[in-house]
Design a protein around this ligand. Structure first.
Ligand code: ADP
Ligand code: MG
Length: 259
């Protein structure tokens, strides 16, 4: 599979601090790539660089072989969508209005005809149809997260970047978001998703990129990446790795409660 997005030698230095160091990473059409790593590892910064929202200090990012710096804002908005960690809408728009915003890059194109279908599918996939008429500002954290995801899905781009889309969600909605991500990949999109729950990443990602202290520690299949030795070393916590449906499940090794 050829790379849809490719980062080569990417470094980010802010105020003399190296936030990302010499990262090479490919994102392919048809895959879910999970970005994992401890707090402050550089996942969000890497996502911003890959999505073209942040210029790297060194190195380059290409989209289908083109330098991302040569792609104008509107075209970029038709190539990739981004759910950031700070995805809040602060005006009292309704849920439907927020999801409709995802279609704005397609104004005055023939894709206009797809608006209704894209919006309906996004609302269905994120399980927010019962909230359609509500004010976004009145929603719970998890409801806001799903509506924000719906806005991103409605954008209908071939590449989708999601920064911690499951962070505020309950167990079932976490699984549903990752199932949606996997479905997007099956339809040929490239999906990059930052996830903290390593078992969730392992269950749904085709590949995992593990970032630690601004470096790409390793990238590979969940089974290749999630060894007990590596996870224990990077997170500074002993873990046990068990297997469910041939996918690793990562469990902290906890002391038995004292009697
Ligand atoms: P992650 O998403 O993995 O938790 P981030 O990419 O948000 O990590 O941040 C990586 C590191 O870079 C953190 O130590 C963070 O404090 C620092 N950092 C990120 N953005 C900036 C910035 N604009 N200025 C200074 N430091 C930053
Ligand atoms: Mg982050």
């Amino acid at each position: 599979m050829s790379a849809r997005i490719a980062a080569v030698g990417v470094s980010v230095v802010i105020d003399g601090q190296t936030i990302l160091a010499d990262i090479d990473l490919e994102i392919r059409a048809g895959e879910v790539l999970a970005l994992v790593g401890p707090n402050g590892a550089g996942k969000s910064t890497l996502l911003s660089v890959l999505s073209g929202d942040l210029r790297p200090t060194r190195g380059s990012v290409t989209v289908d072989g083109r330098d991302i710096r040569d792609i104008r804002h509107l075209e970029l908005a038709r190539l990739r969508s981004v759910l950031t960690q700070e995805n809040q809408v602060s005006f009292p728009f309704t849920v439907t209005e927020v999801v409709e915003m995802g279609r704005s890059p397609w104004q005055r194109t023939s894709s206009r005809d797809d608006d209704e279908r894209a919006i309906a599918e996004a609302i269905q996939a994120t399980d927010v149809s019962h909230l359609a008429a509500r004010r976004y500002t009145s929603l719970s954290g998890g409801e806001k997260a799903r509506v924000s995801l719906a806005r991103v899905l409605a954008q209908g781009t071939p590449t989708v970047f999601l920064d911690e889309p499951t962070a505020a969600l309950d167990l079932r909605h976490q699984e549903e978001v990752m199932t949606t991500a996997a479905g997007l990949a099956r339809s040929g999109r490239a999906v990059v998703v930052v996830v903290h729950d390593l078992s969730l990443a392992a269950a749904y990602a085709d590949r995992v990129a593990l970032v630690a202290s601004g470096r790409l520690e390793t990238a590979g299949t969940p089974t290749e990446v999630f060894t007990a030795e590596r996870v224990g070393r990077i997170y500074g916590l002993p873990v046990e790795v068990v297997t469910q449906n041939e996918r690793p499940v990562i469990l902290p090794v906890r002391a038995a409660p004292s009697a």
